[in-house]
Design a protein around this ligand. Structure first.
Ligand code: NAD
Ligand code: DAU
Length: 340
């Protein structure tokens, strides 16, 4: 198997590359990443020198570059993770989300179409495309799409293009929709790493609104195992939800982090709510469990302490992001950066 992984220098992508090199050592992986602010090659230092791992610095919106790379590698499959992924940024700059998430996905579909029936396109999407739940119920694969942020609207657009490629051209495409991930290498703008990092530095912890929004958390390695299962066993044209059946109020997670670091709840600061803030996400992943036999390996009681430990053991990783030094690593290793 030769697999292109887009967005492999990001949070989930880099965890996926570590996971696959360990659990599918015979696979050849091509990490195709533009290295935006969210891409960090320091996440992948341990993979350098592995003959089954290649890095290509390229923008998925660049059709010529994609044509060249697809012709060069002749892959069997793509796991498409590259995206602008942060909701707050999408409120400030929706354009870059439409560019990468919508246009970039279509560019990749154009290349995938040329490779014919034997090529599989796994599109990594999100539960946010379903919108927001009230206090009861779950998102199933049949829940109508109702995105509320520019981020989730752009992901919905990409999902529909992937669906259309299957319906119109008979392409072998699959869509996954996962709930909130947490774990090592998550950029410290997202809730859990931001709160851990601020608490460690005795800085205030900004909680949006009343802190009673609910998210359904899954340890990132479990997302990686689910994506591998879907790539290997999923049915063309299908959608699979991925989740850990693990709902938490934001404020309770923040308090757990403070307690585990021995810090005071006085660090909590309630701040103005995120516009259009989805109230609750909860995933029904029973289709994936029953049809493909996947189940998560980590409980939150295991995964959260592992994650807090990781950020405590890797303070320098977070510091290099906060000071901007991490962007220099590419040039030290590979020479001048492409414009992206
Ligand atoms: P991330 O922001 O950490 O990483 C995104 C990666 O994509 C970065 O390495 C970035 O450099 C790269 N990228 C961005 N634009 C690009 C472009 N034009 N060309 C090539 N590369 C580009 O994101 P993440 O949290 O790892 O999420 C990965 C995927 O999983 C996304 O598609 C996201 O929608 C989806 N997802 C994320 C979560 C979550 O909780 N983080 C949950 C469900 C689904
Ligand atoms: O559900 C999957 C989605 O999860 C992914 O598709 C997205 O890429 C990923 O970013 C994530 O989106 P969220 O908006 O849920 O994640 P975030 O970490 O930004 O916020 C989690 C919750 O915490 C949300 O209710 C907003 C709140 N929050 C977040 C931040 C950054 C705060 O209260 N304070 C904060 O400073």
């Amino acid at each position: 198997m030769r697999v292109i992984i887009t967005g492999g220098a990001g949070f989930i992508g880099s965890n996926l590359i570590h996971y696959l090199l360990k659990h599918r050592p015979e696979w050849e992986l091509i990490n195709l990443d533009a290295l935006t602010y969210a891409g960090n090659l320091e996440n992948l230092k341990a993979c350098e020198g592995n003959p089954n791992y290649h890095f290509e610095h390229a923008d998925i919106v660049d059709q010529d570059a994609m044509t060249r790379l697809f012709e060069e590698y002749k892959p069997d499959a793509i796991m498409h993770l590259a995206a602008e992924s942060h909701v707050d940024r999408s409120i400030l700059d929706p354009q870059s989300f439409v560019r990468t998430n919508v246009m970039g996905t279509q560019v990749l579909l154009n290349e995938a179409k040329k490779l014919g029936d034997s090529f599989r396109f796994l599109h990594v999407s999100t539960d946010e495309v379903y919108g927001s739940l009230g206090s009861t119920g779950f998102f199933t694969e049949d829940t109508p799409l109702a995105p509320n942020s520019p981020y989730s609207a752009s992901k919905t657009g990409s999902d529909l293009l992937v669906r259309a490629a299957n319906k119109t051209h008979g392409m072998d495409t699959i869509i996954t929709r996962c709930s909130n991930n947490y774990g090592p290498y998550q950029f410290p703008e997202k809730l859990i790493p931001l709160m851990i990092s601020n608490a460690m530095e005795d800085k205030q912890l900004p909680v949006y609104g009343d802190g009673k929004n609910v998210r359904d958390w899954l340890y990132v390695e479990d997302h990686c195992s689910a994506l591998t299962t879907v790539l290997e066993k999923g049915k063309a044209g299908e959608v699979y939800n991925i989740g850990g059946n693990n709902e938490w109020f934001n404020i309770d997670i923040v308090k757990l982090i403070l307690k585990s670091l021995g810090k005071s709840e006085e660090l909590i600061k309630y701040v103005t709510d995120r516009p259009g803030h989805d109230r609750r996400y909860a995933i029904d992943a029973s289709k994936l469990e029953k049809e493909l036999g996947w189940e998560p390996s980590y409980t939150f009681e295991e995964g959260l302490p592992m994650t807090i430990d990781w950020y405590q053991d890797n303070v320098e990783w977070t510091n290099r992001i906060k000071t901007g030094k991490y962007t220099g690593y590419y040039e030290e290793q590979y020479g001048k950066r492409l414009n992206s």
